[in-house]
Structures are given as C-alpha cells and as structure tokens.
Write a protein that binds this ligand. Structure first.
Ligand code: FES
Length: 104
C-alpha cells in the first residue's frame, strides 16, 4: 500500500503524541522520541483506550493512562502488564514537510 500524508512534521514536537485517522478510518497514534517519529495503533490492546492520551519517555516507552500498560513505540512490544498483546506499528517516513504512514 501507499504512504498517506497524515500530519505536518512541524506539528509533532519532541515527546508529543498525536492521534490521526487513516483513509481506512483506523486511528493511529504518532509519537516523536529523540527526533524520530513512530506510528502505532491508537488503541491499547488491553481495553482499547486511546494510547494518544498517554505519555512517552526518552526510553521509547509509552504508558497507557487507563491501567498503566507500557509499550515500546519502536516495535509495539509490551513492556509492562496488564496488556499482553503487542500493539500494531506502522512504517513512517518524513517527506516534503509531512509525516507519512503506510497503511494496509
Ligand atoms: S486500556 Fe490500556 S492498560 Fe488497560
């Protein structure tokens, strides 16, 4: 599938999270850590809370605010329960001042 332009690069500051919607209506959470942008499903695998409401640290760990599950935004893996399933990640590129996500 093609990349979709989902946000402006300038709109996502360091340590921020931004919820965007893909053309297929899926909500994706964009995160910038140490200058790099990552994209994961904006839905906790524990009880579907929006991960974009959480917070991320310099260690790439994003904490879900509802029950405290922690995910690594680089590969979606679970770092701390109660979530057991990884969260889906998406390929990202920065081009022409935009943040692009590859959906499928
Ligand atoms: S919904 Fe995220 S930890 Fe429960």
């Amino acid at each position: 599938m093609e990349f979709e332009r989902v946000a402006e690069d300038a709109d996502l500051g360091e340590g921020l999270l931004l919820s965007v919607e893909l053309a297929n209506k899926r909500r994706v959470c964009l995160v910038r850590v140490n200058g790099d942008v990552f994209a994961i499903d904006d839905r906790c695998t524990h009880a579907e809370y929006p991960l974009s409401e959480g917070s991320v640290g310099l260690d790439y760990e994003l904490e879900c605010p509802l029950h405290g599950a922690v995910f690594d935004v680089r590969d979606g893996s679970v770092k701390s329960p109660p979530a057991e399933e990884s969260v889906r990640t998406y390929e990202v590129k920065i081009e022409s001042g935009g943040i692009w996500v590859r959906a499928d």
